[in-house]
Write a protein that binds this ligand. Structure first.
Ligand code: SF4
Length: 275
């Protein structure tokens, strides 16, 4: 998307700084006036780390990841811990910062710009403003919890080239207990169908200890039924971080063969499994 189109998208997104409906908390906060919703974000996005990484899906690497602080979820096992949740942490994101950082990443072979969090969707207006003024952009990857509203997804269509979307829980009870949100499955499955209609999609699932039956199987069976052949990235690098110790099921490590078993199961269902 060219700079003028990005600027128009940024103007449209700015309405959410007055009455925010970017995520499914739908709190309507007037962020420009200092009201804080559950994500606690204002109008400024902050980058707490950016670096070129090689541990992503093979078709994306080397990828230049920009980690933004602030998130709309509170997953008990979050690997980024407090940095993910406090939007005051990091360097303010603006066009000059992004332009310089992208030059740095380009010199290190980055193939794309990947927005990650926390959750980038809660910072959509600030991200669009920065991209509109940053000059030539590489392909854009959007790594998301997919707890967005359709309004936010419409703003993203045509802006991003790939969405890497988490499908974390296979049922609402696990999502409510571990991430603190209701209607999780309804929201994420609706959004997967919306995103897949307009954007290249990689569905990512982090295996959680003790959640093979209740979460993993439900997720891959839904994908096989509704997005047959979907590209699926099954991650087995679970670490019991942040508040995981408060959940008996999340304290233990994953069994050593959990990843290979899960990938085999997903492949048997016809999914395009990232190896
Ligand atoms: S992104 Fe933040 S301010 Fe906007 S609806 Fe969600 S929780 Fe509320």
């Amino acid at each position: 998307m060219d700079a003028a189109s990005l600027a128009r998208a940024a103007d449209a997104a700015a309405a959410h700084e007055r009455r925010c409906l970017l995520c499914e908390h739908r709190c309507g906060a007037d962020r420009a006036a200092g009201q804080l919703g559950p994500c606690r974000a204002g109008t400024e996005a902050r980058v707490f780390r950016h670096r070129v990484e090689h541990g992503e899906e093979p078709e994306l690497v080397p990828s230049h990841l920009f980690y933004l602080s602030g998130c709309d979820l509170r997953c008990a096992f979050c690997i980024a811990e407090e940095r993910a949740f406090d939007p005051r942490i990091g360097t303010p994101l603006d066009a000059p910062f992004l332009r310089r950082a992208l030059e740095w990443g380009r010199a290190r072979g980055a193939r794309n710009l990947q927005w990650v969090g926390g959750e980038p969707t809660i910072h959509l207006p600030a991200i669009l403003r920065a991209m509109a003024g940053a000059g030539e952009l590489p392909p854009i990857v959007w790594k998301t919890d997919l707890h967005a509203t359709p309004e936010a997804l419409r703003l993203l269509a045509g802006v991003v080239d790939v969405q890497v979307a988490d499908f974390k829980f296979g049922n609402d009870a696990c999502a409510a207990r571990i991430a603190g949100v209701p209607r999780y499955v309804e929201i994420v499955t609706r959004n997967l169908l919306l995103v897949s209609a307009s954007t290249r999609l990689i569905v990512r699932h982090l295996l959680l200890p003790g959640h093979f039956e209740c979460c993993f199987l439900g997720i891959v069976r839904w994908l096989a039924d509704h997005l047959p052949g979907a590209r699926v990235s099954i991650r087995d690098g679970y670490l019991p971080k942040w508040q995981a110790r408060h959940h008996a099921d999340l304290r233990s490590p994953l069994p050593a063969d959990a990843g290979s078993l899960a990938r085999r199961e997903a492949a048997l269902l016809g999914l395009d499994v990232v190896e």
